[in-house]
Design a protein around this ligand. Structure first.
Ligand code: AMP
Ligand code: GLY
Length: 429
């Protein structure tokens, strides 16, 4: 490796994704001082947690200046959608910082479902048929629902913390969800506009590209398990576990994904003059062998990151530098031949209300897995639960089954009152 200056890094976020990123970044020989804002009990092992919210741009600015930050890495979507990239580039004291993520314009891929659907239409990227409605076109929306096939999908346009999507099995349910969004402001401004789209029946996976705006590299693909209950039942969660690689993402399928989805997306952003340096998360569905985009995100996934990052063999800081230099075409990404499986331990009641502050024990008994803390914090010398998703337990294996067996062995050892986890992650393979 040619000589490069070590970089001081500030990572924003406090979930399992950020813990996995902290693990990876902090092990890079190019990582200088490393900070996480606000972080969790796990990220403390890799850097210094700062008591700054990831939405507090002034607090982030101060930290960037005080700690001479070279790389700012927003983990979650909120700061990206709110324009942290533009905030840095418009400020003479922050302009030199490498921001790992798109401009506010680019973040609309995730920040506005209507915008992303129009983008896909402009670039001929396969996705479910849709129409956009608002309070002013409520009657037309109802008529559209009535003449559409069931089930039908109702989506709030803006960020709604993963709760803005309703898959309605009948017209009454669909109209009720639509009305709640546009007339009763269920999601505030995020639901002022609504996308109503065709239901796609298939199997989902997550694909991640890392782009410098012209070139891109692909990270290992992953599949997450969104439902709280075994057999994919019950409420949607942030994700109860993940696997990588994805057995049904064979070469032929990935070729289609690359040609029909990834390349037109990267080129489309560039052709439209949208600044996008960072991760593009393609939420895809395979329907009868063909890929469609369900959604874009402007960041990495959680819990996908907890299996994707362990399988990425390249130095992440070096990749970020290549992104900054517009030279990702010079990089060959190496994916570990090992499989990885992550099991998420959650709090009782999640994704509804859940208790916090439950003392966690048993970490020292864990052997052969990576522990990526999510909702945890240190309190009075103990590690206690501090969120719905508490900790991801990731293991490598020669195949997914072996990786998950190891994760489950260790999941049983990390204890706290009200612990719950799905026992069937990866069960279908
Ligand atoms: P989104 O926030 O757009 O990712 O939607 C959340 C989840 O709803 C997705 O991961 C899918 O499981 C499901 N979903 C969203 N849109 C569709 C669709 N058009 N057809 C089938 N399932 C969908
Ligand atoms: N696991 C899905 C997401 O991060 O949005």
């Amino acid at each position: 490796m040619e000589f490069q200056k070590m970089k001081n890094i500030l990572l924003l976020g406090s979930g399992g994704r950020e813990c996995a990123l902290a693990w990876k970044l902090s092990h890079s020989p190019l990582c200088g001082k490393f900070y996480i804002a606000p972080g969790n009990a796990g990220t403390e092992a890799y850097g210094i947690n700062l008591p700054v919210s990831y939405n507090d741009f002034e607090g982030i600015k101060k930290a960037c200046i005080d700690y001479k930050i070279d790389i700012l890495f927003p983990g979650p979507e909120d700061p990206l959608v709110a324009g942290i990239y533009d905030f840095c580039k418009n400020d003479p004291s922050l302009r030199h910082i490498i921001v790992v993520g798109p401009s506010k314009d680019g973040a609309q891929l995730e920040g506005s479902k209507a915008w992303s659907k129009k983008f896909m239409e402009r670039h001929n990227i396969p996705t479910a048929a849709y129409k956009e409605f608002s309070a002013g076109s409520f009657e037309q929306g109802v008529a559209y629902i009535k003449r559409s096939e069931l089930p039908i999908v109702i989506k709030a346009d803006g960020l709604a913390a993963g709760k803005g999507v309703v898959i309605a099995q009948n017209t009454v349910e669909a109209v009720k969800a639509f009305r709640a969004m546009v007339m009763n402001e269920q999601f505030g401004d995020a639901g002022k506009n609504v996308v109503i789209e065709q239901f796609l029946d298939g199997i989902e996976l997550s694909v991640f590209a890392f782009t410098d705006g012209t070139n891109y590299v692909l990270l290992p693909e992953a599949k997450d398990y969104k439902r709280v209950g075994e057999g994919d039942t019950g409420l949607n969660t942030g994700g109860m576990g993940a696997i990588s690689p994805v057995p049904f993402a064979d070469d032929v399928f990935m070729q289609k994904v690359t040609q029909r989805i990834i390349e037109p997306t990267v080129k489309g952003l560039k052709d439209e003059g949208i600044i996008y340096h960072g991760f593009i998360f393609f939420g895809l569905i395979k329907v009868k062998g063909e890929p469609y985009v369900i959604e874009y995100n402007c960041r990495l996934g959680d819990p996908e990151t907890e299996v994707v990052i362990p399988r990425l063999e390249n130095d992440l800081v070096e990749l970020i530098q290549k992104m900054q230099d517009g030279k990702l075409n010079e990089v060959t990404v190496k994916h570990s031949p090992k499989a990885a499986g992550a099991v998420m331990l959650v709090s009782e009641g999640y994704p509804g209300d859940y208790p916090k502050g439950r003392v966690m024990t048993g970490f020292e008994k864990v052997r052969g897995s990576l522990l990526f803390h999510a909702g945890t914090k240190v309190s009075g010398g103990d590690v206690v639960t501090n969120g719905g998703r508490v900790i991801a337990i990731t293991s490598y294996g020669d195949d997914i089954k072996l990786a998950l067996e190891k994760s489950y062995e260790n999941a049983a050892l990390v204890q706290y009152e009200g612990r719950y986890y799905r026992k069937d992650i990866g069960f279908e393979f």
